[in-house]
Design a binder for this molecule. Structure first.
Ligand code: OXD
Ligand code: MN
Length: 595
């Protein structure tokens, strides 16, 4: 580390953690390329990673087969009072959780280096920036954090002697006895994994997993769970949303923030290439938006991350050409398949599966093998700056003013292609009732409807009922400057199971209608569930779609919507007296409009 650490609290915390975890050595990360290259070379030499011949400065990691995704059932929101965590979070009291985890942390870094990673979420010059310090015993985590956050000595300088930081403690939970050889992907068994958050103290403790959202603590843990609780206290918003700029042929910019549950094409929309003549899009973020009311009363959004940690399978030049161009170099791949010529491969990438590969478990794979060659949650980690359509303003300290919020989900029936909310409260109702049918990528029977309010179920750091109330409060503060709210469903099918809408770049047609609504160019049509486009209002130039399909995409199935009401009522009931009356009223209003 090129600068001296002067922050008293930081020095004390690092010493305290070292005493508890007993690493062989302590290393302060400076965020430099030399540091990244050194750690990668060391991991390549030990067999923890494979450098890819076909992609410059890119590496493939294979996780332990038990450590492949976020572990929601081992994720805790710990307040003294269980009610403050609410019905959608796992809870253990802070004292008890700390006792259990302190026992696990005792001596857990034996035989390993303890890395101290100073990082900033959002550009350090942004008024929204928050500083975190992650302590980890995983060099894989250090390299991923280099990409996903701003790591470096500048952060230590910014902290000064008494600056505030969010302590993020992480261990893979696999101490080494003297002389014991390490494995390529150390981690602890599922029953001793804990991803714990103490929002009252702005504190994160993670143990036992080396994987993505469990281990890169700036992302889901800090930028969503802890940040959502801070945002509520401080009057801003931390949301699971992509940020996108749409530019009309006249050069007018519209900023959109959109929330979708997983497997609904969020990263694809973030990097959309519009198919309508003259319209352009720029990406500002693919996963998280921090938003604050600016001096002009509008809501400004910043992406706190500096990289993309995207799901690889399904990504192709057809579904997301800009992502494919982003990951040509300087990328960390995790749990993808390895081709014989030294490239990665995954299901639904453009090229057919070669005759021979090494699968994500490190075994020989050939097309007769029925298991997928890449894990369905295989990932790429890549710097956002490499995206060909990254906005020139993506790091603008004050962020960009949001015009439009979009919520959505995956529904084979019932939900039309696009619906605009009548007003903010109705939009909050749309966000609160967002849901998706489970796909093969989720646990549970395929086709079951799962409500995932604001796509925040696994990421809300406090009682979801209070979170709904916070949305209403933000709307009250924003007043006439509040973004307009829309709900989309790209996934409606015919009775025979065929997609009605082509999706991908064609979704720009729906985004254009939203902009036309903002400009007052189209009136739409009022229905019991919100405002829908008149068929002629959608710009379908150059798209082949039958009238029958279009009609079905925009049909409000009143019977099916009536049937939704009891399910929503039951879903709301779990929040008891924390459910805002304004939300219940929205349900009643919709039921009345449907009657
Ligand atoms: C993600 C997620 O990894 O939402 O972004 O699970
Ligand atoms: Mn996400």
């Amino acid at each position: 580390m090129s600068c001296e650490v002067k922050n008293t609290k930081l020095k004390a915390w690092v010493n305290e953690v070292a005493e508890l975890t007993q690493p062989d050595s302590i290393y302060w990360c400076d965020g430099s390329k030399a540091e990244y290259d050194r750690l990668m070379s060391k991991m390549a030499a030990s067999g923890a990673t494979t450098p890819l011949k076909k992609r410059p400065n890119s590496f493939l990691f294979r996780s332990d087969p038990s450590d492949v995704a976020r572990v929601e059932n081992r994720t805790y929101i710990s307040y003294p009072d269980k009610e403050d965590a609410g019905p959608t979070n796992n809870w253990v009291a802070p004292d008890e959780l700390k006792k259990t985890m302190s026992a696990l942390y005792t001596g857990c870094m034996h035989g390993r280096t303890m890395y101290v990673i100073p990082f900033s979420m959002a550009a350090i010059t942004s008024p929204m920036a928050k500083i975190g310090i992650e302590i980890t015993d995983s060099p894989y985590v250090v390299c991923n954090m280099h990409i996903m956050t701003r790591v470096g000595s500048k952060v230590i300088e910014a902290l000064g002697t008494d600056g505030e930081f969010i302590p993020c403690l992480h261990s893979v939970g696999a101490p080494l006895a003297p002389g014991q050889k390490d494995v390529p992907w150390p981690c602890a068994p599922i029953e001793s994994k804990y991803i714990s958050h103490f929002p009252d103290e702005n504190l994160i403790w993670s143990y036992g997993s080396g994987y993505g959202g469990n281990a890169l603590l700036g992302k889901k843990c800090l930028a969503l769970r802890i940040a959502s609780a801070m945002a509520r206290r401080e009057g801003w918003m931390a949301e699971h949303m992509l940020i996108l700029r749409l530019i009309s042929p006249e050069g007018k910019q519209y900023h959109i923030a959109a929330a979708f549950p997983s497997a609904c094409g969020k990263t694809n929309l973030a990097m959309i290439l519009p198919t309508i003549e003259g319209w352009k899009a720029e990406c500002l973020g693919d996963d998280i938006a921090w938003m604050k009311i600016g001096p002009d009363g509008r809501l400004y959004a910043t992406n706190p991350e500096s990289g993309f940690f995207g799901v690889a399978p399904g990504t192709s030049y057809k579904s997301n050409p800009m992502a494919m161009d982003t990951i040509r170099e300087n990328t960390i791949f995790t749990n993808c398949a390895l081709t014989d010529d030294g490239d990665i491969w995954w299901e639904m990438i453009d090229d057919p599966a070669p005759e021979h590969m090494i699968d994500w478990k490190g075994r020989d794979w050939s097309p007769e093998i029925k298991e997928p060659a890449a894990h369905p949650n295989a990932r790429f980690t890549v710097p956002a700056a490499q995206c060909p359509v990254i906005s020139p303003d993506w790091e603008k300290p004050e962020g960009v003013p949001i015009d439009i919020f979009i919520f959505g989900g995956r529904r084979a029936g019932v939900v039309p292609l696009v619906t605009e909310a009548y007003n903010w409260d109705h939009g909050v109702f749309m966000g609160a009732t967002a849901g998706s049918e489970t796909t093969a990528a989720n646990i549970g029977a395929v086709g079951n409807l799962r409500r995932d309010p604001f796509a925040m179920t696994p990421f809300c750091g406090y009682n979801m009922g209070d979170y709904f109330a916070h949305w209403f409060e933000m709307g009250d503060k924003l007043g006439k400057n509040a973004p307009r709210i829309f709900y989309v469903n790209w996934f409606r099918k015919t009775a025979e199971g065929k997609w009605l809408w082509p999706g991908f770049g064609e979704n720009s047609r729906v985004l254009k209608w939203m902009c036309d609504r903002l400009e007052g160019k189209v009136s739409g049509v009022a229905t019991p569930i919100g405002i829908l486009p008149k068929e002629q209002e959608l710009d379908l130039t150059g798209l082949e779609i039958s009238n029958e399909y279009l009609h079905e995409l925009l049909r409000v199935d009143v019977e099916a919507w009536r049937a939704e009401v009891p399910g929503i009522d039951k879903f709301f009931a779990q929040f008891g007296n924390r459910l805002p009356a304004r939300l219940q009223k929205q349900l009643e209003d919709m039921a009345n409009r449907l009657a």
